[in-house]
Design a protein around this ligand. Sequence first.
Ligand SMILES: NC(=O)c1ccc[n+]([C@@H]2O[C@H](COP(=O)([O-])OP(=O)(O)OC[C@H]3O[C@@H](n4cnc5c(N)ncnc54)[C@H](O)[C@@H]3O)[C@@H](O)[C@H]2O)c1
Length: 343
Amino acid sequence: MTLSGNSPKILVTGGAGFIGSHTVVSLVNAGFEPVIIDDFSNSERSALDGLRAILGHDVTCYPVNCNDAEIMADIFRKEAPIGVIHFAANKAVGESVAKPLKYYRNNLDPLMLLLELMPQFSVQNFVFSSSCTVYGQPAQLPVTEETPRLPAQSPYGNTKAIGEDIIRDAIAAQIPVKALALRYFNPIGAHPSAEIGELPLGVPANLVPFITQTAAGIRSSLTVYGDDYNTPDGTCIRDYIDVVDLADAHVQALKKLIEAPAGASYDVINIGTGRGETVLNVIRTFEAATGVKVNYVIGPRRAGDVEQVYADVTKANRVLEWSARRSLAESLRDAWNWQKKLI
Ligand SMILES: NC(=O)c1ccc[n+]([C@@H]2O[C@H](COP(=O)([O-])OP(=O)(O)OC[C@H]3O[C@@H](n4cnc5c(N)ncnc54)[C@H](O)[C@@H]3O)[C@@H](O)[C@H]2O)c1
């Protein structure tokens, strides 16, 4: 569907960030008009150039903090959106331990403001970025949505669990909002055009940006944290979900919310591939997909890492009629093409 003057508008907080920018593309492809709200505290304005290059037109962007009640009310009034996708948050686990109040404030205050503003402006559809971090190290794999949440290992993880609870309680009090919290597993990759991708600030805490930066010579070597776990090659297992597939899951979530009857509703859905990959397999797949060698050393285990976690995606398949399409090799090749553009 192409963009027309009448496309329904969707507010996308954090829309200039990694997952938000890809979702903006998916929204336009699905016939929506995204309206970005991003204070660029963890993104660059060049993301908007990337979006323009992909879409062939500008996307409306308010360069503001989504916790400003007056500005946000003005935006709701002016744009009259039919839905909100709330990505804006701080996400660095280590920083959240050092600055917990920054995380509780920025990850929870804007969420509550949105849940107050949406009924005031008759906006019913809400998608929230949650995380598989709420499961900790689950007793059973793969992880279903019924798997009990475990106490968070960091203030960041706690903001996701509390964020879910805030939405659940607000909906239980019958605010007229239909909400879905998507529990992402490990988002990786970049848009195949290499116009948008992940912009880690400082030393990346995630595996794939570390691999691409090492392959590019920005880092001399990658440390694999532990090879003595109870997994086939001893390294940790994660479920790596391509960011383009993840973006499409948001559009499906939004469509399902729009189709659902008006009223208060809330649900949580895992978004992953359903496959667990070891760290060494990711490195090998990267080398095979790109032809570029990655220097790595085996180091000790890292505090706070869980051994393995991967999703049961039955609910996403059934409720959202969505499943991940892109292979690990494709995601890693796209992440590499994006990294080469950044060098
Ligand atoms: N990337 C992951 O591994 C991962 C995994 C699970 C969940 N999540 C969640 O998904 C969401 C998006 O993650 P991402 O990887 O795209 O992060 P990101 O940092 O790339 O994007 C977040 C964007 O929000 C903006 N932002 C932050 N606070 C803001 C505020 N108060 N007002 C306006 N803009 C603000 C930042 O500038 C940034 O552009 C976050 O809620 C994150 O916690 C991410």
